[in-house]
Design a protein around this ligand. Sequence first.
Ligand SMILES: Nc1ncnc2c1ncn2[C@@H]1O[C@H](COP(=O)(O)OP(=O)(O)OP(=O)(O)O)[C@@H](O)[C@H]1O
Length: 588
Amino acid sequence: MEEEKSLSSLSDSDEVEESQIDPEEAKDKVIGEPEVPTLQPRKRYSSFISQPNHPEVPELVHQKSDIKMSKKGVNVFVRFRPDNATEQKLGVQCVDYHPDQKKVSVSCDGISHGFNFRRIFPPESSQEQIFLSCALPLVESILEGYNCAILAYGQTGAGKTYSLLGPGYDHPERVGKCDQELRGVAPRLLQSIFHQIYSTVSGEAVYKVYTSYIQIYNEKIFDLLNPAKEKLKVYQDTDKGLWITDATKVPSKNVKEVNQILELGTKYRVTAATNSNAESSRSHALLILTITKHLINTGTYRASQVYMVDLCGSERISKTGVVEERLKEAQNINKSLLSLGNVINALAEKRKHIPYRDSKMTRLLQNSFGGNSLTSLLLCCSSNSTNALETISTLRFGDRANMVHNRPVINQRESADDLRRLLTESNVKLINQQKVIRYQNERIIEMETIIRELFSMMGSSQVKAVQRKIQIPLAPMSRNPFDKLGVNTFVCIFSFLHPADVLSMVGVCKSFRQRLKCENLWRYFLIELKQGRMGFKFIPVETWDINFDKVESYWEIFKDKFIKSLAKGMPEDPESASRGIHLFHNMR
Ligand SMILES: Nc1ncnc2c1ncn2[C@@H]1O[C@H](COP(=O)(O)OP(=O)(O)OP(=O)(O)O)[C@@H](O)[C@H]1O
């Protein structure tokens, strides 16, 4: 199995050779294989998804959430579970739900306590509703490279494991075996993440997913995937962020593999029977997903960590009736939850010192509360009067968590190899462009020579005929026929080139740009643009019915954009260039 490394510490050498893995074949792989799979999105998965009832991803097809997660704040949700048999006998309902699903009031000893949260779920709410609100809106951010945390908090027996994982997740042999509609937030989130990964357009990104599963028991961190590893340590630095040394990270390709990891871990998670819960979790469990995304086109690596946290329940020792070993556990559980409460209070009050180091749990959740993470906190409560005090205490905790501000950022870094590759590609492009420019320049010189020869062969009567036709007075002293006609050789060449070529050459070739100082050339070019004749190399003069009176207004529109940097000198004879072009078209 691969050892834990911080996400951001993944160096290029950590990335194994990329291979395309067929998700079908991936299903049969066993956990703990040494190779790190790369999850290449497949186009065919996209088409699966567009078929509404395809068996591969049936329940994901129409999933939508009406919740918009706050990135800065902790998003607090509340779920009330149905009464159990004892509660039904001993108590009554003490909760009033407001129809807006955001307000709730709890009655205790004749006093009503009101609270506001992002959404409140009454006992009849389904597992799917919880997932759609608390977790689905995070999926996009997770795959963008944000850290996310989903935490279940509440009194013992209030439904944290049920909501986060599902019924049966306290028993290794029942992990992942519950009915589909009873699956909790975490398995649904995993499915959604893998679904998104495989349905991204192939070739854009390559993903890798690793899973870790740890527990905090009696203030020590244990690796649930390798119980021989005890007392794991938490480290933090500005570069690598927060990481747990030595925690096993298992490369995972699909939900089935993560379920196998959960199954393995659940064997070692400490649970015990208490008066409040026949299968009470005695440790805080953290399922940690590490997702790396390599964006091929930009050579960027993004990495996110997803914390799915099933906290132990707060409990009144007198009520739960625990003794000896269980009592020590209960004291430790309460102590760490108290530390969490203190951290939340300090953050809510914007104190300078936040006591993250008071317990292992608060240290590990440093990103989730007040740090680099998007956080969804699910408060699990009973709505029965026998638990009213605990419910109020849970809701007060959530009330303070509402005031906590986080600072999530996309975890991103560039890969040196990819940057080198992109640089080489740009250099090759540049060399090719330079070749094209050289070729074009050679052609221009060649054409200039031909045109000069052509003009020198023209007798003075021919030149006069041309002059009469276009009504340009001859400059009597000029020796060069070009000058006589008021035509610049380069202007002539310009009229032979495709305007798009001209523009691209101007963009890349300094000497070309310098020769194109004459404003009239630009006028000509703009007229061509305006008249939509960019597609023709030679423009028949018959169709060339430009109203020269309007040239000024075209010119005004584009002058600033095109000319400012290019045409510093004003033409000596503003008419000459356009006349020259006109002449050339007439001659052809
Ligand atoms: N929404 C619900 N609908 C039906 N049954 C529920 C619901 N929530 C919890 N339960 C049941 O209540 C019992 C206690 O739930 P669970 O073990 O999830 O509590 P917990 O908060 O994780 O407790 P602990 O902190 O002691 O581990 C379980 O039998 C569970 O199946």
